[in-house]
Design a protein around this ligand. Structure first.
Ligand code: PFF
Length: 446
C-alpha cells in the first residue's frame, strides 16, 4: 500500500509548526521570559534555538525523509539493523507519555472554552482560583474533558496525513495566528499594558546564569517538539523535492514568533490589572479568567483565547499520536483505525491516572511527585533531552557524511544548503552534543 504523505509544502509546514506551537508557547514561554531577564533571556533563547536546536531539527528531518519510515524503522534501517533501533523505539514511546498528560490539559481547555462561552469568568480572583481547583480536583468532569480531547485528537489522526492532519492544520494554524495577533493588539492597547511589555522585554543580563540557560534550552526543545520522534515522523511524509533547511528554519521562526506574540497577548493584560504572572496552569486557568472578567469585551476575548489554546494543543497532540500510529501500522501491521483505537486506549488510561492525580489520587506520589508531575518531568526534562542528544550523535557519528549531505542538499542541487552544510555538520557533530550534555548536567547540579 502506498504510504500517505503531505500534499503540499504549505501543508507540511503548517503541520510541523502545529506540532511546535502548543501549550509550551502559551503558558510557559511568556513566564520564563519575564522570570529570567526579559530580552536578555530572549536573546539567549534565539541563539540556542538556532545554534543548537535547528541542527537537531534538521537531523530529525534528515532521518525521517531519508528513511521514509517511522521513527523506530528509521533508526533501525539507517544503522543497518543495530541496537540504535531501541533509540527509535524510545522516541516512539515518549510522545505517548506526553500525549497522555497533554490531553488532560487539552481537556481543561475544552472545559474553559465552554465556561468562556457561557460567560462564567465574572468573579473575584479568589473565586477564579477556587473554580479551577474545584474543577481539576473533581473526579468526573476533567476525565470527561480528557476523553473528549483525546478522542478528537485520534479522530483527526485516523483520517490520515493529507486529509486529516494536513487539512486540520491548514485551517487551524492561520486561525490560531490571527486570534493571537488580535488579542495581542487588544492587550497592548489596554491602559497600564506597558508594565507587561517591560516585564517581557526589558533586558536584565544579571539574571542570565546557568539555570536560565538550562531553562531556555529545555523550553526550546519542548517548544520545537525535539527528541520525541515527531519531527522525524512528519518529515518522513515530506516530498523529496522539499528543502530541509527551509522547512526547519520556517518552523523554528514561526514557533518563536508565536511565542513572542503569545507573550504580548498575555503579559500586558495581566499587568494592566495589577496582577502577578504565574507559570503553567495557574496563568491560563486562574489569572487569565480573572483578567478576562475585568477587561472591556473580555467575554469575547476569553472565547478567542480558549479557542486558540485548544487549537494549539490539538495540533501538537495529533503529532505525538502520529509517531506511534506510523510505528504500529508499519511494524505491527495495524490498520490506521486499529492503531488509533489502541493508542486511544493506552493514552486514555495513562491520562486518566494523571487527571486523577489532581484529585482523588493526589496523595499518591512517585519519588515525591504526583503522577502528573512524574510523567511530565520524566518525559519533558529527561527523556526528551536524551532523545535529542542521541539523535544528533546518531546523525553526526553513525550516518555517513555523504548521506547526510545528500539528503540535506537534495543531491547537491540546493546551493544555499551546499554552502551551509559545513557549518551544520560541525554543529551536529561537536557543538550540539557537547552543549546538550553541559547544559543538562549544569541544570541537574543547579
Ligand atoms: N511543542 C509542543 C508545545 O510547545 O506545547 C509540545 C510537544 C509537541 C511536545 C509534540 C512533544 C511533541 F512530540
Amino acid at each position: 500500500m502506498k504510504r500517505d504523505s503531505f500534499g503540499s509544502r504549505f501543508g507540511a509546514l503548517v503541520a510541523m509548526a502545529g506540532s511546535a506551537v502548543g501549550l509550551g508557547n502559551l503558558w510557559r514561554f511568556p513566564y520564563l521570559v519575564g522570570e529570567n531577564g526579559g530580552a536578555a533571556f530572549i536573546i539567549i533563547y534565539i541563539l540556542l534555538s538556532f545554534i543548537i536546536c535547528l541542527p537537531i531539527f534538521v537531523s530529525e528531518f534528515v532521518l525521517g525523509r531519508r528513511s521514509q519510515k517511522n521513527a523506530y524503522a528509521a533508526f533501525r534501517d539507517l544503522s543497518g539493523g543495530s541496537a540504535w533501533k531501541y533509540v527509535g523505539l524510545m522516541t516512539v514511546i515518549v510522545p505517548l507519555v506526553v500525549a497522555s498528560y497533554y490531553s488532560v490539559i487539552g481537556g481543561w481547555s475544552f472545559e474553559y472554552l465552554f465556561k468562556a462561552c457561557t460567560f462564567s469568568f465574572n468573579g473575584s480572583q479568589a473565586s477564579m482560583s477556587s473554580m479551577f481547583t474545584d474543577f481539576v480536583s473533581s473526579p468526573w468532569a476533567p476525565l470527561i474533558c480528557h476523553t473528549i480531547f483525546l478522542l478528537t485528537t485520534c479522530l483527526i489522526v485516523v483520517v490520515g496525513i493529507k486529509d486529516g492532519i494536513e487539512k486540520f492544520s491548514k485551517v487551524m494554524m492561520p486561525l490560531l495566528f490571527f486570534i493571537v495577533i488580535a488579542i495581542a493588539i487588544y492587550s497592548v492597547c489596554l491602559p497600564g499594558a506597558k508594565a507587561g511589555l517591560d516585564y517581557l522585554f526589558n533586558p536584565d543580563f544579571s539574571k542570565i546564569d546557568g539555570k536560565a540557560i538550562a531553562a531556555a534550552l529545555g523550553q526550546a526543545f519542548f517548544s520545537l517538539s525535539l527528541g520525541f520522534g515527531t519531527i522525524l515522523t512528519y518529515a518522513s511524509y515530506v516530498d523529496k523535492k522539499e528543502n530541509a533547511l527551509f522547512q526547519s528554519t520556517a518552523t523554528a521562526v514561526s514557533d518563536l514568533m508565536f511565542a513572542l506574540i503569545a507573550g504580548m497577548a498575555i503579559m500586558p493584560a495581566v499587568f494592566a490589572f495589577g496582577l502577578n504572572p504565574q507559570s503553567g496552569p495557574g496563568l491560563v486557568f486562574e489569572t487569565l479568567p480573572f483578567v478576562f472578567g475585568q477587561m472591556p469585551a473580555g467575554g469575547f476575548i476569553a472565547i478567542l483565547f480558549f479557542v486558540a489554546l485548544l487549537v494549539a494543543a490539538l495540533t501538537s497532540s495529533i503529532s505525538m499520536i502520529e509517531v506511534a500510529v506510523a510505528y504500529l501500522m508499519e511494524e505491527k501491521k495495524f490498520s490506521r483505525i486499529g492503531a488509533c483505537a489502541a493508542l486511544f486506549a493506552l493514552c486514555w488510561t495513562v491520562g486518566t491516572m494523571c487527571s486523577l492525580s489532581f484529585g482523588p489520587l493526589s496523595d499518591f506520589t512517585i519519588g515525591g511527585r504526583t503522577i502528573f508531575d512524574f510523567f511530565d518531568n520524566l518525559s519533558s526534562n529527561i527523556l526528551m533531552t536524551l532523545g535529542s542528544l542521541l539523535t544528533v550523535i546518531f546523525v553526526g557519528w553513525r550516518l555517513k557524511k555523504t548521506d547526510v549531505y545528500d539528503e540535506f542538499t537534495n543531491g547537491g542541487s540546493l546551493s544555499t544548503n551546499v554552502k551551509v552544510f559545513g557549518v551544520l555538520w560541525f554543529l551536529i557533530r561537536y557543538i550540539c552534543p557537547l552543549a546538550i550534555i553541559f547544559i543538562f548536567v549544569y541544570g541537574l547540579v543547579a
